[in-house]
Design a protein around this ligand. Structure first.
Ligand code: SF4
Length: 353
């Protein structure tokens, strides 16, 4: 049983983060933000696959100036990601739903004060986005690019914002390796109740990013840490959301969609299970009901798994069984099994929704 750390609830647009809100999944476009059409295209793709919040990079004035138009054409909350130039944050704050900045590269505190004022005026939150690769010099000199350094930077900046009376905050502590990332979040978690945005940054291409994020974010989620998250994958959009949702589901944090149990196959296999599971995945991906289903290649473990599954297939030689909660409801030719299985899953999904 996972018990989430109790955190303060904040809002990015209409998406609640922290408290009892579901853990949201975010992503970031890779277009030049001032290319409004391309940015909108990417945001729509993300929204379509279930992204809760989208972030865009704002490195130049033309990007900051494009935000108003982008915001007017989307219905998903928008975060502006600011590095170096605080003036861009002041413009962005007039249109977006949240500002993310990295205190390490904004510089003078008077600039952060101005950002805070602009966010306060529109009642939008700030993400203090600490990154191990760009800590403020004082923390880098004292701690190096360590978890301690990241936590020290976060605590300093949280206090700075609090002293200005600003508490509409979420925090991220990202490093490019799992160990420092997990260590930093674990270290900071008991020290305040602000919601945390989880992520392993610069995690690499899809294979490595998926593994790193599953380990790092999975470990934190199982500790009850995390209120929103992003899986960073080089050059991917939809996959970031798919992997993020899968981490939430497979860590047991989110009860949504099918939990598909399928055997690894072995020499006892009686059917083309790889094809069958791919078809099941494809034909049931619209189902949001939290059902356990199993697709097994022979009867050796199929009956045992089927007892714990809502709907199951057990393949035999040219034939197979469809079972509901362990009870056989059909004994069919192999070619008809997936059709009947999908029918039963859809029926049960309607009943539990
Ligand atoms: S269910 Fe059957 S085919 Fe699949 S791994 Fe187990 S023994 Fe092998």
């Amino acid at each position: 049983m996972i018990t989430r750390y109790p955190t303060k609830k904040i809002y990015v647009g209409d998406v609640a983060i922290g408290g009892d809100a579901p853990i949201s999944v975010q992503s970031m476009t890779y277009s030049k933000t001032h290319d409004i059409q391309e940015t909108l295209e990417q945001i729509k793709r993300l929204h379509f696959v279930g992204c809760d919040i989208v972030r865009v990079a704002v490195p130049k004035m033309e990007d900051a100036l494009a935000l108003k138009e982008i915001k007017s054409q989307i219905s998903i909350p928008l975060i502006a990601d600011i590095h170096f130039d605080y003036k861009l944050a002041l413009i962005a704050a007039q249109s977006v739903d949240c500002i993310r900045f990295n205190p390490g590269n904004i510089g003078e505190k008077s600039r952060i004060k101005e950002i805070v004022k602009a966010c306060e005026e529109r009642s939008i939150p700030i993400r203090i986005g600490v990154n191990a690769g760009s800590l403020e010099k004082e923390f880098e000199d004292r701690y190096g690019a360590t978890a301690e350094g990241m936590v020290a930077s976060a605590e300093y900046n949280i206090k700075f914002l609090e002293d200005l009376g600003f508490e509409d905050i979420k925090v991220s502590l990202k490093a490019s390796d799992v160990e420092r990332t997990v260590e930093a979040y674990r270290m900071l978690r008991p020290k305040n109740n602000y919601p945390f945005h989880l992520g392993v940054t610069e995690a690499g291409t899809i294979f490595h990013a998926t593994v790193k994020s599953a380990i790092g974010l999975g470990a934190l989620l199982l500790d009850g840490i995390g209120d929103t998250m992003r899986v960073s994958i080089t050059g991917e959009l939809e996959e970031e959301i798919r992997v993020g949702r899968a981490i939430l589901k497979d860590s047991g944090v989110a009860k949504e969609g099918l939990n598909i149990i399928s055997c690894p196959t072995c020499g006892r296999i009686e059917a083309d299970l790889v094809k069958a599971v791919a078809e099941v995945e494809e034909r049931t991906k619209h189902i949001k009901a939290p059902l356990d289903v199993s697709v097994m290649g022979c009867v050796v473990n199929a009956i045992g798994e089927a007892k714990h599954a809502d709907v199951a297939i057990a393949y035999g030689k040219g034939k197979g069984l469809v079972m509901l909660k362990g009870e056989v409801v059909a004994n069919l030719d192999e070619k008809d099994l997936v059709d009947r299985f999908v029918l039963e899953v859809e029926k049960m999904a309607k009943e539990v929704q």
